[in-house]
Design a protein around this ligand. Sequence first.
Ligand code: HEC
Ligand SMILES: [Cu+2]
Length: 382
Amino acid sequence: MIPTLLSQATNDPALGAGLPVTPKTFWLPEGASTIAPEIDWIFNFINYINYFFFVLVVGIMFVFMWKYRQRGREVYARGPNHHTMLELGWTIIPTIIVVFIFFIGFKGFIVAKTVPDNAYQIDVTAAKWYWKFKYPNGATSDDLYVPAGRPVKLVLRSEDVLHSFYIRDFRVKQDVVPGRYTSLWFQADNPTEGEDFHHIFCTEFCGTGHSDMNRKVFVLPETEFDNWVVEQGRWLDKVSDEDLWWKAGPQLYRACASCHTLDGSVGTGPSWGNYDGTGDVWERSKAGSTHKIDGGKNLGDIIGTGKEYETPEGYLRESILNPGKHLVDPYGNVMPTFKGQLSDRGIQALIDMMKNLDKFNKDGTVKPDAIPNAGGAAGAAK
Ligand code: HEC
Ligand SMILES: [Cu+2]
């Protein structure tokens, strides 16, 4: 039964291809980082002490239960007496064990907290419900890629609520706290093969999409990793102009999804769908639009030739880079700026997506029959 349960628990279809590097086990999975042996050693040490004392205490308990069971009607009321050697023994020996555990634990803690100078830094953003990994050249990814044989430092921050970053096989775990930077480091010496991976979990229940934060770590040989980062930094450039709306748009929309729904339903920000009768976000961002902004004004009055924004694109772009400039009624100024995070091409991809909202499902995925040249009737989109 346990193997069945385990396979159900670990064969997460959302994780797609590839297999976890560490085989399924009911026990502590095999470690895969340089600090794992030390952490496992102390873990096992404490564990075996627990087994030992469990058997000792329960064993003595059973012996005494048998030996001192009541026989006949007599009751002996004489309480136990002092036994100095016994009392010294059960005070001194546990103290030595506990102090020993403190010292090796503290030593391991120092190692786990001291980031080596040559560590490769990756910035991690946690949000409902995804991780975003950002590499020094600006490349980003949803799964984590790290170079083998080199210390890696992760700097973690949260966009919204408390999350917790956990790579079980590396024996590292760190809370990701809103309004604060936290960090951790590890070094993994063995590259993962093919599509195999180590698990990443969020271990702080953060809402309905919590399990979407189960992602993967890939460890690549160092030169392969360097190539990967360079390629990854160019992903947006490699998408052709016509495909931006459905190839890049949905990827980038993930950073907007926690506030903007696509189907008109209520969120932290105005839905991109039609929710107030003025059309979806593209239709309502036009001259003549009666979509209300800045306390009762018509959005249409600031868009058009000679107006503040010549084109709808101009308004949408400003809304993304400088969200506080105009506020959609009755929302407050809570949208973060995406200046420095979205390139012009990225913004173009999002605006193109807004122009094609009818071709998306409400979870932000493109409808399969709307994909150009996939045989769908919407092949000639735009
Ligand atoms: C933390 C929540 C939040 C996130 C994340 C967010 N927005 Fe917003 N957004 C808002 C709020 C609130 C408003 C309304 C107030 C305003 O206009 O600034 C808004 C307004 C807008 C508007 C104007 C909409 C209209 O109806 O005129 C656009 C366009 C927009 N956001 C685009 C984006 C894009 C693109 C992203 C992702 C790259 C994004 N937002 C991410 C909260 C958010
Ligand atoms: Cu989380």
